[in-house]
Design a protein around this ligand. Structure first.
Ligand code: SF4
Length: 350
């Protein structure tokens, strides 16, 4: 099991706090449904205490995570008061360490010195793109070289590094996103998150969308692009810990998302397309004729990825290759990210 297998995160949401301005796509309150209010350290302490009650017995690593804002953009005293509050739980041995997310242009030696006396182990950077034109159109206010500098400083200080990228930003395209992914992979982060760009209400992007100045990716386009990007990271053995925005009741309840490739099971759809591709190329290489029935063996934990949502992959494969009967068989000897295809007719002949 990877190091994230038993990780339990206590999320502390800091909606847009510490941001120098709002990036065109961003509305943190819309994403989580939490109203914009800066929590006091005492409120945060109570929240952490309550949240720890949800921790299951089999979680080996517990981290408090400050997210939703620009952590190192906060005033030094406030950063320290938040970290002090979180550190109490580490001293009590109820939590192992602290993580936060921040902008690349807030990482420098001086700010990292603030962290020295606290048990911070992990820093996540909102990279979004490595194309300076895309960063400028999204009004990020930093460049790709800020990200490179930030990663290099964090590595010097031995932090675990997570990089977040966005797909479908204004001015971006498929080739541009792949270019960004390759440059992010070249920085060798410990993990990445991949988020599709959604048109959220009360954002500059929503105004552009209404005026026809911005068109989001379709869900299908986005899944295929994220799949290609996932495979770039996988090849470099970089863990992708999230694909797609976390499903939230708030999204379903209110008209928060005006447009864009949102799906509550986005990551599952990406994995399903990977399994569909693997099975397709194996079936193709077997030269199965239209009368064959086929068995696809996958690890038991990969059954739903192979089947796809509502058995979509099975239907596609049957139609694409004129297969009459196609079964997905669980088999522990197949690796979780692999597929084994057996054409039944040929198997019986030998
Ligand atoms: S994307 Fe990050 S830096 Fe930009 S406004 Fe949102 S929280 Fe702040």
């Amino acid at each position: 099991m990877g190091r994230f297998g038993k990780l339990f995160i206590v999320p502390v949401f800091l909606p847009n706090i510490g941001c120098p301005h709002k990036c065109v796509f961003c509305n943190q309150s819309a994403i989580t449904g939490v109203k914009q209010k800066t929590p006091s350290p005492e409120e945060i302490g109570l929240h952490i205490n309550r949240f720890l009650n949800y921790k299951g017995k089999n979680r080996s690593l517990v981290q408090i995570s400050f997210f939703g804002g620009n952590f190192l953009g906060l005033k030094t005293d406030f950063i320290k008061s938040l970290l002090r509050e979180a550190t109490k739980f580490v001293i009590d041995e109820r939590v192992d360490s602290i993580r936060f997310s921040t902008r690349p242009d807030t990482i420098d030696y001086e700010r990292l010195n603030i962290l020295k006396e606290f048990p911070v182990t992990t820093v996540e950077i909102g990279v979004q793109s490595m194309d300076d034109k895309v960063l400028s159109l999204s009004e990020r206010g930093h460049t790709s070289s800020d990200t490179e500098k930030a990663v290099s400083i964090l590595k010097e200080r031995n932090y675990e590094i997570g990089l977040q990228m966005m797909i479908g930003l204004p001015g971006d395209n498929g080739a541009g996103a792949l270019y960004s992914a390759k440059r992010i992979a070249a920085l060798s982060p410990d993990f990445v998150r991949i988020y599709p760009t959604l048109v959220l209400k009360n954002t500059i992007l929503s105004r552009w969308y209404k005026k026809g100045k911005y068109t989001p990716l379709s869900l299908e386009q986005c899944i295929t692009l994220v799949k290609d990007i996932y495979l770039i990271f996988k090849e470099k053995k970089i863990q992708v810990i999230r694909m797609g925005i976390q499903a939230s009741e708030h999204f379903e309840r209110e008209s928060t998302i005006l447009a864009g490739p949102y799906h509550p099971a986005f990551g599952h759809l990406v994995h399903s397309e990977i399994f569909l591709d693997m099975a397709s190329s194996l079936i193709e290489s077997e030269e199965i004729d239209c009368r064959d029935s086929v068995e696809i063996k996958v690890h038991p934990q990969s059954i739903s990825k192979m089947r796809g949502l509502k058995n979509r992959n099975i239907e596609i494969l049957k139609t694409r290759f004129h297969i009459k009967s196609l079964k997905v068989i669980p088999n522990f000897s197949v690796k979780k990210d692999k597929v084994s295809v057996i054409p039944i007719r040929r198997l019986r002949r030998f």
